[in-house]
Design a binder for this molecule. Structure first.
Ligand code: PBG
Length: 329
């Protein structure tokens, strides 16, 4: 007798019946870049298919997301150069762009879609780092955490559901949990970027939010993880869990599936994979050059994240993917 493993792959119905993993709209988190103004959509050259939206147009984009079954959005503000400073004070302004946006979205949609807000100072600093720096350019940990706490409190007051600290400072999860609880926001969740690597794959994002020109040639290796390591992320993940985070992000995604898998094997918190800007851009640009069909490659890539243990995925193509899978399935 010949063992015929292919027999189980003969018909589409059979393959569908036995498929372990599948991407659904409900698995996706939609990132939204926000800008000042009314009725403005700016296409982002480094991320074809992605735009920056003024708050009124973002409201329409969110309506589309809700109607497609997407469950959450994650927000990134583009801050005018004139409002950036060394101490990132605009981050703690209760009437800044992101707070106004959150209030508007909450007012429109209540709890119909999850509102996640990134917490880090890079949109607000004149030097583009995620924290404040000393004279040598070193990102100061404890001083930064204090500002992050104020920033998180502003966002909670504005009505966001989830605070997502992406700054990689030590002790920030506990400090944010403490200030949220002390102010009565006991049910505002913390989604920590627990394992976030210093990566070139964030460049299109930095271009989209306009922090690249501030950051110039500087890098974030003094606080984000070293991609040569495959153990130190456990220290980060366990520490964030101990400090009280509710869910964790692994980032980037496609190049870090080993990290994702290892966390999924060892941690019981919900895990979110972040398919970052250049991972999206690689697929988009390659498909524009006819290397493959964009949606085929995107779905394969997102499925690999689920296979490695992601419960949800932050994806710049969330709307396009949701439309596609809603039709196919
Ligand atoms: C801000 C932040 C970054 C990303 C998410 N939040 C950039 C960075 O750390 O430099 C990257 C997202 C992406 O590339 O899609 N701290």
């Amino acid at each position: 007798m010949i063992t015929r493993i292919r027999r189980n792959r003969k018909y589409p119905w059979m393959r569908d019946l036995f498929a372990n993993h599948e991407i659904k709209a409900k698995d996706l988190i939609l990132p939204i870049f926000l800008i000042e103004g009314i009725n403005i959509e700016q296409k982002i050259d480094s991320l074809p298919g992605v735009s920056r939206f003024s708050v009124d147009l973002a409201i329409k984009e969110i309506q589309t997301a809700i109607s497609l079954g997407i469950k959450a959005i994650i927000l990134f503000p583009v801050i005018e150069q004139g409002l950036k400073s060394n101490d990132a004070i605009e981050a703690t302004n209760e009437n800044n762009l992101i707070c106004r946006a959150v209030k508007a979205f909450k007012n429109e949609y209540g709890d119909k879609i999850g509102i996640i807000c990134d917490v880090a100072l890079d949109p607000y600093t004149s030097h583009g780092h995620d924290g404040i720096i000393d004279n040598e350019g070193y990102v100061l940990n404890d001083e930064t955490v204090e500002i992050l706490c104020e920033q998180a409190l502003c966002l909670a007051k504005a009505g966001c559901h989830v605070i997502a600290p992406s700054d990689m400072m030590d002790g920030r999860v506990a400090a944010i949990r403490e200030i949220l609880d002390r102010n009565g926001f006991i049910n505002v969740s913390i989604m920590s970027y627990a394992a976030k690597y210093a990566s070139s794959f964030y460049n299109p994002f930095r271009n989209a939010v306009g922090s690249d020109s501030n950051l110039k040639k500087a890098d974030k290796k003094g606080y984000q993880l070293d991609y040569r390591n495959n153990k130190e992320h456990f220290r980060e993940v366990y520490q964030d869990e101990k400090e009280g985070c509710d869910m964790i992000i692994i980032k980037p995604a496609m190049l870090y599936l080993d990290i994702l898998q290892s966390v999924s094997n060892n941690i019981n918190l919900p895990i979110i994979a972040y398919q970052v800007s250049a991972e999206y851009a690689m697929l988009k640009f390659a498909s524009l050059n006819n290397s493959f069909d964009f949606m085929d490659a995107m779905i394969e890539s997102l499925t690999s994240c689920k296979r490695a243990g992601a419960d949800a995925i932050i994806c710049y193509a969330a709307i396009e993917v949701a439309k596609y899978v809603n039709k196919v399935i």
